[in-house]
Design a protein around this ligand. Structure first.
Ligand code: ATP
Ligand code: MG
Length: 347
């Protein structure tokens, strides 16, 4: 992560649903508050279910090429997932994570404190492994003696568990509490989750810097329950548990509409709100853009633009603190569009 670039090219992939409404707000935030970014450039790119219905492919080759060759980072909105299997369609975000080797999904869950000098009640990071587990999507349906049977393969490798473990240790080391909880269910899945847990723990023994981190373990089910207590700092989990855990954690900070994430690898980073395409509110202009705006900040911080990230987060914090500009998910009546105006005023 170095900020020594002459310019920064950011791919914008709003994709489907409210992604189209919230990604423009993230762009506005970068334009208005990204003072330490040398000439930010934006490239509009397409992907998603709508792209699929229009062109027959969910992730056009050109989008991938431009991301790989011309972009330093990207912001992704959300994809609508058809509830039934559509022949030829598969999720472009799952594919992008694989193609760009974005093996870590980093999801900070932070509540806004009543005043800037008070600590946040909730302040933790869920680090989700992004490339394997049940998401290898190897499912088969067969007929057995008693009718239909379905099976799914769950892949856990030492390599992927080790690199996500390293990422989690680095993040924990950079925080005041230096606490890491390994999330698993190895009482039931002793082979797969056993390997995950051992691989993450082994990371600590190979790097003396990580001795400063306190490591704990928690079964995923009780972790979902116990996160109501302020015991967690950084949590690291296999793909599916991490997904569920971070959605559940969103409830602690008021709305899915405020929780950001980045998909990070060793060479590329992509910001993405934790929420989905929210078909129930799409088109009404009331989607909360905070998750996307914070995802932009997180992405910039990952790239070393701490000043811009700080300014964006501060602007969002003060908006949420004032409570004048809340979208309906947070109990207000504000529109997505009003954020653009507020961000520009804040700059
Ligand atoms: P998908 O299959 O795309 O995930 P979903 O129906 O699961 O769609 P989500 O986007 O995951 O919907 O959202 C879950 C709930 O949270 C919905 O009721 C949605 O309206 C709400 N929600 C999610 N994101 C936002 C947001 N940014 N602003 C306001 N409400 C949101
Ligand atoms: Mg959803």
């Amino acid at each position: 992560a170095t900020a020594a670039r002459k310019s920064l090219t950011i791919g914008l992939i709003p994709a489907d649903g409210i992604g189209k409404e919230v990604i423009p707000a993230a762009r506005t935030a970068i334009e208005a508050l990204g003072s330490d970014i040398p000439t930010p450039k934006f490239v509009d790119l397409i992907a998603g279910f709508e792209t699929f219905t229009r062109t027959g492919v969910a992730l056009p080759e050109e989008t991938v090429e431009v991301l790989k060759n011309d972009c330093d980072c990207a912001l992704f909105g959300s994809v609508s997932s058809p509830s039934r299997k559509v022949v030829g369609y598969s999720s472009p975000i799952v594919a992008l994570r694989k193609i760009l080797d974005l093996y870590a999904n980093i999801r900070p869950v932070v509540s806004v404190s009543p005043s800037p000098d008070e600590p946040s009640k909730v302040d933790m990071i869920v680090v989700r492994e992004n490339t394997e587990c049940l998401y290898v999507k190897q499912e088969q349906q067969t007929f057995g003696e008693h009718g239909k049977e379905a099976r799914a393969t769950r892949l856990i490798t030492e390599r992927a568990s080790t690199r996500i473990g390293k990422m989690a240790f680095e993040l924990a080391l950079a925080r005041p509490r230096r606490h890491l909880t390994v999330i698993h269910k190895s009482n039931v899945l002793s082979v797969t989750d056993g390997l995950f847990r051992e691989s993450v723990r082994a990371v600590q023994t190979k790097d003396p810097r990580f001795e400063a981190v306190t490591v704990a373990e928690q079964l995923v089910d009780s972790a979902v329950y116990r996160q109501y207590f302020p015991i967690y700092d950084v949590m690291v989990a296999p793909n599916l548990y991490g997904d569920i855990l971070s959605d559940a954690a969103a409830a602690l900070v008021g709305s899915l509409g405020v929780v950001p994430s980045v998909n990070a690898g060793d060479t590329f980073v992509m910001g993405e709100p934790v929420h989905g395409s929210a078909p129930d509110i799409f088109g009404q202009g009331i989607a909360n853009p905070v998750a996307s705006i914070r995802s932009a900040a997180l992405m910039l911080r990952h790239l070393g633009y701490t000043e811009a990230a700080h300014r964006i987060d501060n602007a969002v914090d003060s908006v949420l603190r004032e409570g004048q500009l809340l979208t309906p998910d947070l109990g207000g009546t504000a529109k997505t569009q009003e954020y653009h105006i507020s961000l520009q005023k804040n700059s």
